[in-house]
Design a protein around this ligand. Sequence first.
Ligand SMILES: *Cc1c(COP(=O)(O)O)cnc(C)c1O
Length: 202
Amino acid sequence: MAVSKFHSVESIAEAYRAGQRAFGESYVKELLGKREVLPKDIEWHFIGHLQTNKARQIVPFISLIESVDSERLAAEIQKCAFKESRVVDILLELHVAQEATKSGFAPDDCRAFLAYFTKEKYPNVRVRGLMAMASNTDDEGQIATEFRRAADFFDFAKTRFFAQDQLFDIRSWGMSDDYPIALAQRSTLVRIGTKIFGERRY
Ligand SMILES: *Cc1c(COP(=O)(O)O)cnc(C)c1O
C-alpha cells in the first residue's frame, strides 16, 4: 500500500497511472480533499489516529481502517457503518514497540476486546487482522522481536477467535525502513511512503 500523506495529488495520480490502487492517509481532512479530485476506484486506507467524532466522514467510502485502537472507536465505526448500510473492514492496531509514544492496543487489551467482539454486537464491522509499528531504532534485532510479537499475537487471535473466519488474514507491518524485516516476520501488507514518493515535506 502506498502511503501518500503529505504528498500531492499529482504524485498520487502518477502512481495511479503506473497501476497503484491502494493509498494510505493519516488525516481525515487531507484524505477527503484528495479523494474529491482523484479517481473513484482508489482503495483508501486510513492509517492515522482516528478521532471518534471524525469516523463518520470516512466510513461511507473507506476500504480499510488500519488503526483501530479502542473499543470506543470500533463502536462508533459500527454505528456509522450501520447507518450507511455497509460493512467496514478494520485492523486492530497492536502496540508492540518499546516506545510509549506509539498508539495501539496493549496485547492484553486487544485480547479483551476480541473476547468481547462478536458478529452480533458488530454486524457492520469486519476485523480483517492486525496492524503494528516497530520502534524507531536502528537495532534490527529489536525491530524483528517486535514484529514477531505481532505475528505471534496474530496466530493466537486467529486460533482463539477467528479459527472459522477466512477473512481474518491481514498482517500489516513494515514501512520504508523496516519492511524487509517485517516480511521476514510474515507481514502480508507493507505501508510504504518514502520509498515510493520520496521524503515528506511537513
Ligand atoms: C507515514 C506512515 C507510514 C509510511 O512511512 P514511510 O517510512 O514513509 O514508509 C506507514 N505507516 C504509518 C502508520 C504511517 O503513519
